[in-house]
Ligand binder design. Structure first.
Ligand SMILES: *Cc1c(COP(=O)(O)O)cnc(C)c1O
Length: 385
């Protein structure tokens, strides 16, 4: 099968078919799970292309090639979690390198940077990427990368990818984008100048709350050798069965996200009118300060909504009462999930930063799932009553 057959096809078609799609040997339409740790060599100095699954496995490679195809990159590498992918990426930096990072960021990434990698002498500066002057003010000759999420988690701020890639490249730094929230379906950072994309695949790409995985996607081969060396040396690779589940998930990425977004648009506007809801943060809301920027740089708004209720008592009551919506960490799956970032996902972030960002004791984050939107609204209605 010639992969150039994908040229000109839409992302949905590519996602359904996968990179090779059918198994070349048997024609199996569901790409097989190569559940083997090791691979026999035909003879000395001859190889099937595989030796040992930590370094490469046919099912995992099919997933990696499919992700690279969808993202518009040259190559992707699959990891056992998003954090494993980001960890491997950090190995490309050395002591005294400075990395500018979104102030508003997934809590686990914040902890990995501040509590783990700062120990190795990498300097992380947390900046508000919506303020380009503030970003420029943090640039130094040893600034090697800008690492950002957009929209941010959980306050839904949008970063201008083109402007930030110009700033990064003007300083000889890389632009690295965590594309977990919108995915390649709605946002393709390479088209706006990003150099590397990372993912928690555990969220929308998986979509079923049943696999943890992560990806590094490379635009070209400029960092491939180094990152591949770390990938195969460290052994955080994804298992073949999980790769197969991910290939299965990707087939429905477009249907899932569009449906989730449609419900999110309805729920956000319903929440805005609710008397016990004081603020709604959803990038698809025309009143969102970055709405115009989102329309310019993305094909969709996703399905993550944050909102403030009128008191902490109300918030605790909502968490107790939700029934269709599940009170649990994570996001992006079929099941709608609600979290309390102040104590859960962002509990490890210093209080002053949480306060500055508005992540307080009335603040909830909702991942809108695949349930019927009317059922979700009815659930919120009884929970907020
Ligand atoms: C969940 C998440 C991560 C971490 O990924 P895991 O798969 O949980 O390790 C990183 N970035 C974002 C934006 C996330 O939501």
């Amino acid at each position: 099968m010639d992969p150039s057959r994908h040229a000109g096809r839409s992302l949905d078609t590519k996602a359904v078919h996968g990179y090779l799609g059918r198994d070349p040997r048997t024609g199996a339409v569901s790409f097989p799970i190569y559940q083997s740790a090791t691979f026999a060599h035909p003879a000395l100095h001859e190889s099937t292309g595989y030796a040992y699954s930590r370094c490469g496995n046919p099912t995992v490679l099919e997933l990696e090639n499919t992700i690279a195809l969808l993202e518009g990159g040259l190559k992707s590498l699959a990891f056992a979690s998003g954090m494993a992918a980001i960890t491997t990426l950090l190995k490309s930096f050395v002591p005294k390198d400075r990395i500018l990072v979104s102030l508003d960021l997934y809590g686990g990434t914040y902890r990995l940077f501040k509590d783990v990698y700062a120990r190795y002498g990498i300097e992380f500066r947390f900046v508000d990427f919506t303020d380009l002057d503030a970003v420029r003010a943090e640039l130094t000759p040893n600034t090697r990368a800008l690492f950002l999420e957009t929209p941010t988690n959980p306050t839904m701020q949008v970063a201008d990818l083109r402007a930030l890639s110009d700033i990064a490249h003007g300083n000889g730094a890389l632009l690295i984008v965590d594309n977990t929230f919108l995915t390649c379906l709605f946002q393709r950072p390479f088209e706006h100048g990003a150099d590397l994309v990372v993912y928690s695949g555990s969220k929308y790409l998986c979509g079923h709350n049943d696999v943890t995985c992560g990806f590094i996607v490379l635009k070209d081969d400029s960092h491939l050798e180094r990152i591949f060396m770390d990938y195969m040396s460290e052994g955080a690779a994804l298992a073949p069965f999980d790769a197969w589940l991910m290939l299965r998930s990707l087939k429905t990425l477009g249907v899932r996200l569009r449906r989730q977004q449609e419900s999110a648009l309805r729920i956000a506007s319903w929440l805005k009118r609710h008397p016990h809801v004081t603020d709604v943060f959803y990038v698809g809301d025309p009143d969102h300060p970055d709405y115009a920027l989102s329309c310019r740089q993305t094909d969709g708004f996703g399905a993550m909504i944050s909102f403030n209720v009128d008191s902490n008592e109300r918030l605790l009551e909502v968490l107790r009462r939700v029934d269709v919506i599940t009170f649990a960490e994570s996001l992006g799956g079929c099941e709608s999930l609600i979290t309390y970032p102040f104590v859960q996902t962002h509990g490890s972030m210093p209080l002053d930063i949480r306060e500055r960002l508005g992540i307080g004791e009335r603040f909830l984050r909702l991942s809108v799932g695949m349930e019927d939107a009317d059922d979700l609204i009815a659930d919120l209605e009884q929970a907020l009553a």
